[in-house]
Design a protein around this ligand. Structure first.
Ligand code: CTP
Length: 412
């Protein structure tokens, strides 16, 4: 049984309280109703203060009528910059503590077709809650001074939180917005909840009816990135496999057979790189994508999810490296190792160092990462030019031979 906090206002950290009270007070002066909705309320009810205390915080504020006016005043009061989208009735401010506060004018939404952007009509808070993904995300907390902390729960969100259940608000929800499939799994695994029986069927129907084909690669990629940042990402991916979700995105895409081990190794690889290569710009998500993709699927998934070129190159390099490593004998000279690995991206090398099977090849990668690639050439192009060398292949050979000698001497 999940423990539910009764008076959530008591659970709000001071830094957040200051903003909520001020937004409530400005709204009151303007005679408009103001609420915070979504993740913050859900987490406060679950008593997950940590999500608010650490790092950044996304705060969703819903104002019944004219959110922009309230947001503008708050931006002035706290001297923060503001981003306004007049036609959508929304505004965003980022506070000095890096709280991102989204102000939204209460609205209802209708989806003409699956995966399309919804048409929006300004409406009451009740309608605004009914437009949302899950009951656990559709609880509003009033922030007006007169009833600060009072909850509005039209959709049974409190009961679902108590029963640890992820449930959408109507049967078309996954059809309307298929990204909710990923969201349902993410919440289920994050909180150790259960997607309701009905929703499991709705998700399966939506997948069978190919609704995922209606969302862009970019939106799917964003959902993966959100899962990557979760502590229980690995469990989420196994759960996705239960729903045969990978092959619904790209046919033939499945989790690798030994995915649990690969994932574990990759997380260790990330930790290792933080410890041993702290000054390098290593993209963690690139390595996490490597864990999800193999030679067969990299190309099609990269195309479907619209990976940027740099990421595609790093993913392709993973398969190339496996072939290249076969060229390295046990007693390969350091200069040979250097020559072979020098063109590979760091992420590819670190990933392979942790996931490759052959012990001595792993050692060669490690030696390259930690030692060989840092060797400073004793003789540089400038030195040779000064000595009267003419730029060209011969000069390149001289430079390389000199560096190779240095590298091979390291061995002794
Ligand atoms: N929302 C929705 N449908 C989506 C995305 C979001 O209805 N496809 C609504 C939900 O009410 C959600 C709110 O918008 O609570 C804010 O969305 P988001 O910031 O993505 O989620 P959080 O609730 O903040 O949860 P978390 O970031 O912890 O996943």
């Amino acid at each position: 049984m999940v423990s539910i906090v009764k008076n959530i206002a008591l659970n709000i950290p001071d830094r957040l309280l200051t903003y909520l009270r001020q937004i409530g007070s400005v709204s009151n002066q303007r005679s408009v109703k103001a609420y915070t909705v979504g993740g913050v309320v859900r987490d406060l009810i679950l008593s997950n203060e940590c999500q608010i205390k650490d790092g950044t915080l996304d705060l969703d504020i819903v104002i019944e009528n004219n959110a922009i006016g309230v947001a503008q005043k708050i931006a002035d009061d706290f001297t923060t910059s503001i981003n306004i989208h007049k036609q959508f009735g929304t505004a965003k401010i980022i506070t000095k503590e890096d709280f991102r506060i989204d102000f939204v004018t209460a609205r209802s939404e209708t989806y003409q077709t699956s995966g399309a952007l919804p048409s929006v009509t300004f409406n009451s808070i009740k309608e605004d809650l009914y437009r949302r993904d899950f009951s656990i995300n559709a609880i509003a907390m009033s922030i007006l001074p007169t009833d600060f902390g009072n909850l509005l729960d039209y959709t049974g969100g409190l009961i679902d939180l108590k029963n640890a259940s992820v449930r959408t608000l109507h049967n078309q929800s996954y059809r309307d917005d298929p990204t909710r499939i990923f969201r349902a799994i993410r919440y289920e695994q994050r909180y150790n909840f259960r997607i309701s029986q009905t929703d499991q069927g709705l998700i399966q129907n939506s997948i069978n009816q190919n609704h995922l084909d209606n969302i862009s690669g970019q939106r799917i990629r964003k959902e993966f990135n959100r899962i990557f940042s979760e502590e229980f990402a690995q469990k989420s991916f196994h759960r996705m496999e239960d729903f045969v979700l990978f092959s619904a995105i790209v046919p033939c895409w499945n989790l690798p057979q030994d995915f649990s081990q690969i994932w574990k190794n990759t997380l260790q690889a990330i930790d290792w790189s933080k410890q041993y290569l702290p000054n390098e710009q290593i993209d963690q998500n690139t390595m996490l994508w490597m864990a999800l993709l193999d030679k067969k699927t990299t190309k099609t998934v990269s195309h479907r999810l619209k990976f940027e070129k740099r990421l595609q190159e790093k993913l392709n390099a993973k398969s190339r490296l496996i072939t290249d490593l076969k060229k390295l004998s046990y007693s390969a000279k350091p200069s040979h190792v250097y020559q072979l690995l020098n063109s590979y991206p760091l992420e590819t090398l670190i990933f392979s160092f942790w996931n490759h099977e052959h012990h001595w090849q792993k050692e060669q990668i490690r030696n390259y990462l930690l030692t060989l690639r840092h060797v400073q050439p004793k003789i540089t192009g400038k030195d040779l030019l000064k000595q009267g060398h003419i730029p060209g292949p011969e000069m390149a050979d001289t430079l390389w031979n000199s560096l190779a000698r240095q590298l091979d001497e390291l061995k002794r």
